[in-house]
Design a binder for this molecule. Structure first.
Ligand SMILES: *[C@@H]1O[C@H](CO)[C@@H](O)[C@H](O)[C@H]1NC(C)=O
Ligand SMILES: *[C@@H]1O[C@H](CO)[C@@H](O)[C@H](O)[C@H]1NC(C)=O
Ligand SMILES: *[C@@H]1O[C@H](CO)[C@@H](O)[C@H](O)[C@H]1NC(C)=O
Ligand SMILES: *[C@@H]1O[C@H](CO)[C@@H](O)[C@H](O)[C@H]1NC(C)=O
Length: 388
């Protein structure tokens, strides 16, 4: 090859790959900067406490949502995540794989140090009760219909329930070819949902390609709009690398977290449910889930150290909290740091909390009027209760 051709080709390669390499450099340098022991704790809360650390099976809580009118939080928790995590790629079920459950926490009487209580929501006639591995969920407050992503062993699906007092009445299970790796749900009313699929390559089908997709930052994740009254009209409305949490910022804007970019994508919602991309900003941690408080501030929680999180998910299948074996008890430890932040157009991105006090933060919610915020932890025991 002539020297000039070579130069031309490498210039072209740099022109094409340069921005991509720079993009990955930014993502990977975040991982390096946040490596264990180099992570500076930040905490601007007035007071905080971890509650219900020792409540049996109240651990591995991914999602968290508030019903401020009732003053309750609903949490989706799954001790079985230790052995079965379709997002992180842990597939070690045995015949005793524990099912997950949804919990109700009445936080109206919460004072730090008080003995408030949580209870498990009961199911009424739910065929998947023994194969329930809940992650993302959303409540349609008008109808009290709760949508829950279930990473069931029999296949991922969306469960719909009616929430009546402390009982979940099963309505139906929804599966759809476009919901191959469902993660989070945002209900926009009347059975109309935006759902994220975190990956194109599911770790259940191809662990290697799935990891490659995560680290390459390829936009394999999707946002799907589906109307449950007309599922045949479901369509992919955007593609996002490792699409994770999704939340409506206001009547026109949808926010979606990317855990691999890592960053936040903003979209305008059209009447026909298509999305138009409005912008993206980067975050110093892999954003997991999103929520929006009553003043329109976006709250996010996530994982500053992807490597620490992977280490935990890898060791967890061994975990047995009451075992005689020290190795099995240690496997239950949770050491991955947390990160929580808020964003608004006026004030930009502000970190509220980071550090290892609470492990593997996945969702933060805030009741503005009562001045209480809550953070759940993907592999943590209990819940972090905050006075702001
Ligand atoms: C499942 O539970 C039963 C009863 O506790 C126990 O005998 C069995 O060894 C367990 N199986 C595994 C694979 O842990
Ligand atoms: C995250 O939160 C949103 C809204 O608060 C919810 O709709 C979604 O399902 C959640 N997803 C996950 C995976 O936590
Ligand atoms: C869609 O289905 C829900 C129940 O799943 C029902 O309450 C609602 O009225 C339906 N909406 C329309 C527009 O048909
Ligand atoms: C919704 O939020 C976006 C982003 O903060 C903002 O640009 C837009 O003006 C808001 N729209 C409404 C109707 O409040």
């Amino acid at each position: 090859m002539a020297a000039t051709t070579k130069i031309a080709l490498s210039t072209l390669a740099i022109a094409v790959l340069g921005p991509y390499c720079y993009d990955r450099y930014l993502a990977l340098s975040t991982i390096v900067r946040n490596r264990p022991g180099h992570y500076e704790p930040i905490n601007i809360f007035k007071g905080h406490e971890i509650k219900f650390r020792d409540t049996h099976d109240f651990r591995n809580c991914e999602d968290l949502l508030l019903s401020e009118v009732r003053g309750v939080a609903i949490l989706s928790c799954d001790p079985g995540r230790d052995r079965w995590n379709t997002v992180m790629g842990t597939f070690r079920p045995d015949e005793n794989l524990t099912s997950g459950s949804l919990w109700l926490y009445d936080y109206t009487s919460t004072e730090l140090g008080s003995n408030d209580s949580i209870k498990q929501l009961a199911f009424n006639d739910f065929p998947h009760e023994g194969d329930f591995h809940p992650i993302g969920m959303d409540l349609d407050k008008e109808t009290s219909i709760l949508y829950v992503v279930n990473h069931a062993q029999s296949g991922s699906c969306i469960e719909t329930f009616r929430l009546e007092a402390n009982t979940l009445i099963d309505i139906k299970t929804i599966t759809h070819p476009l919901l191959h790796a469902p993660n989070s749900i945002e209900s926009v009313g009347d059975g109309s949902l935006y759902v994220t699929n975190d990956h194109m390559f599911r770790s259940r089908v191809s662990p290697v390609l799935s990891k490659f997709e995560t680290f390459s930052g390829l936009p394999g994740g999707t946002i799907v709009h589906i109307d449950l009254n007309r599922t045949e009209g479901a369509q992919v409305v955007a593609r996002v690398p490792f699409a994770n949490g999704i939340a409506r910022l206001n009547s026109t804007t949808l926010a979606v977290a990317s855990s691999s970019k890592p960053g936040l994508y903003l979209y305008g919602m059209q009447l026909d449910h298509s999305l138009n991309f409005k912008g993206m900003f980067r975050t110093p941690a892999a954003v997991d889930n999103l929520s929006v408080d009553s003043e329109g501030t976006l709250l996010m929680a996530g994982h500053p150290s992807a490597l620490e999180l992977m280490k935990i998910s890898k060791g967890r299948p061994l975990c047995s909290p009451n075992s005689d074996s020290e190795a099995e008890r240690i496997a239950c430890d949770c050491t991955a740091p947390s990160w929580a932040a808020q964003w608004s157009e006026e004030k930009g991105l502000e970190t509220l909390f980071q550090g290892s006090y609470f492990c593997s933060s996945s969702t933060m919610v805030r009741d503005v009027k009562r001045g209480i915020s809550l953070i759940s932890g993907l592999y943590e025991r209990g819940i972090m209760v905050i006075n702001e």
